[in-house]
Design a protein around this ligand. Structure first.
Ligand code: NAD
Length: 486
């Protein structure tokens, strides 16, 4: 029988591709086929130390490089990412499972982060007051902070790392990235292309692995800041341990996003948007729609439309033409999702569409069909927990006020959407809803790179969010100079 050997990927440290100092590896699977496509090393403290040391050494020269010169490398990087767009998108689909069109969109989101970061000369300008007292002036100057650690989730292998390292690096820091061990392949490609763009050795380092690498970064005295994106319990842990070690930490966490549909909404649009937001990327988005709160008067009509459209979706390998819904990330995640569906039934919610019955759900890829519950209440676990899979809960409400009150009971506050034609309702929603990213008649209101990614409550721990001017603030420190010329 032919023996297939799967490659163990390498770490990228000080501009060199090196084997991790470990024999422990984990399988990386293509979730659409269940096939093992690579092995990822579970790196150790020693690997972290090497990468941080490389970053600390590189920092001494990188921080001195003029900002327009740093930005020029980013411009070149942007060009390379554009040239390799299709290849990167394909890799995302292979390791993550989302369909190729969505993967293409994710590459765009990553490129936009690089484009934003390339504006560093303007973004990092200070400000001056020529006269704060007679003959006395003051000014603010911005500087990098040192080695930054980045820890990222599986669901956006390109976009989320790109929220972090381009901006951190262009502002003069060096970076150690710990990608998700479930989707580690794209990170290496991102590093290769950055090197090709002219990034000096040691400015970006990639260490693969799991908890030990995360803890290594959180405890390392030479790591000055941590950017984290992932699930709520890990975000809380990272925030507490990192800040306990007196580091700056921004930790973006889980979500349970609500969409409110009012009686006057364009129901056709609402159904298309909710379908995309609930089942796109197999529900594995922190901005996925998980709960619909709909005014009773239009609930039946909306549900009929939504079911009709959902039944037309194609489930399958995201590389195949016309496929909308790919697999979830792992078989364990599929099992967990199926348990949630069972729980929803036991809790008394009405199962309108059962994704366990779709033909593809019997495949060896990790597929779960789109699942829709009606008559869900806030006491139910399927309402409370982030399921992170194509499972949607619907709850019927009397009016906007009831919908907002209900939504605000959630421990999370990432995104929320409203579907209506009424400006007053939009205003009331904006003023009263607990969520950091709001959508009006759209399903996934994920901000572009120029704006902060802005959740709160248990969706975010920290002060400064990822992206936008928050990102610039996070990755820089300031000096205020007060001077009298005598
Ligand atoms: P995860 O928390 O399992 O993993 C995230 C990172 O933390 C990975 O690099 C992983 O190796 C590491 N990690 C996991 N467990 C750890 C532990 N016990 N100790 C130390 N490190 C640990 O998250 P995931 O499943 O990869 O990603 C999905 C989650 O990310 C969802 O909850 C989603 O909502 C969230 N997310 C949030 C945002 C946002 O902007 N708020 C964006 C994307 C994803």
């Amino acid at each position: 029988m032919a023996q297939t050997t799967v490659k163990t990927i390498q770490n990228y440290v000080g501009g060199e591709w090196i084997d991790a100092k470990t024999t422990k590896t984990e399988a990386v699977y293509n979730p659409a086929t269940g096939e093992e496509i690579a092995r990822v090393p579970i790196s150790t403290q020693e690997d972290v130390d090497l990468a941080v040391q490389a970053g600390a050494e590189a920092f001494e020269t990188w921080k001195e490089v003029a900002i327009p010169r740093r930005a020029r490398i980013l411009f070149k990087y942007q060009q390379l990412l554009v040239e390799h767009w299709d290849e990167l998108a394909k890799l995302i689909t292979i390791e993550n499972g989302k369909n190729y069109t969505e993967a293409h969109g994710e590459v765009l989101r990553g490129i936009e982060c690089v484009e934003f970061a390339a504006g560093a000369p303007t973004l990092t300008m200070g400000s001056q007051l020529p006269s704060i007292a007679t003959g006395l002036e003051s000014g603010v100057y911005r500087y990098p902070i040192g080695v930054v650690g980045g820890i990222t989730p599986f669901n956006f292998p390109m976009m989320v790392p790109c929220w972090m390292f381009p901006l951190a690096i262009v502002t003069g820091n060096t970076f150690v990235l710990k990608p998700s061990e479930r989707t580690p392949l794209l990170a290496n490609r991102l590093a290769e292309l950055f090197e090709e763009a002219g990034l000096p050795k040691g400015v970006l380092n990639v260490v693969h692995g799991a908890h030990d690498v995360v803890n290594g970064l959180l405890d390392h005295k030479d790591v000055k800041a941590i950017s984290f994106v992932g699930s709520q319990p890990v975000a809380e842990y990272v925030y507490k341990r990192g800040t306990n070690n007196l580091k700056r930490v921004q930790a973006l966490a889980g979500a349970k996003n609500h969409s409110i549909i009012l009686g006057d909404a364009n129901l056709e649009n609402a159904a298309v948007q909710v379908l995309n937001a609930a089942f796109g990327s197999a529900g594995e988005r922190c901005m996925a729609c998980s709960v619909v709160a709909i005014e009773e008067s239009v609930a039946d009509e909306f549900i009929e439309l939504l079911l009709e459209k959902t039944n037309e979706l194609t489930i399958g390998n995201g590389l195949d033409e016309g496929v909308f819904l790919g697999p979830v990330i792992r078989d364990q995640h599929k099992e967990k999702t199926l348990k949630y569906i069972e729980t929803g039934v036991e809790e008394g919610a009405r199962l309108l569409r059962d994704g366990r019955n779709d033909e593809k759900a019997k495949d060896k890829g990790y597929f779960v069909g789109p699942t829709i519950f009606d008559e869900v209440t806030s006491e139910m676990k399927i309402w409370q927990d982030e399921i992170f899979a194509p499972v949607l809960s619907i709850t019927r409400v009397k009016n906007l006020e009831e919908a907002v009150d209900l939504s605000n009971q959630s421990r999370f506050a990432n995104g929320a959407c409203i579907f209506t034609k009424d400006g007053g309702s939009v205003r009331q929603f904006r003023e009263t809803i607990d969520a950091g990213m709001l959508g009006v008649n759209i399903g996934v209101p994920a901000p572009m790179a120029f704006f902060p990614f802005s959740g709160y409550k248990d969706s975010f721990y920290g002060d400064l969010h990822a992206n936008g001017t928050d990102g610039v603030e996070f990755y820089t420190r300031k000096k205020v100079v007060t001077a009298r010329w005598v």
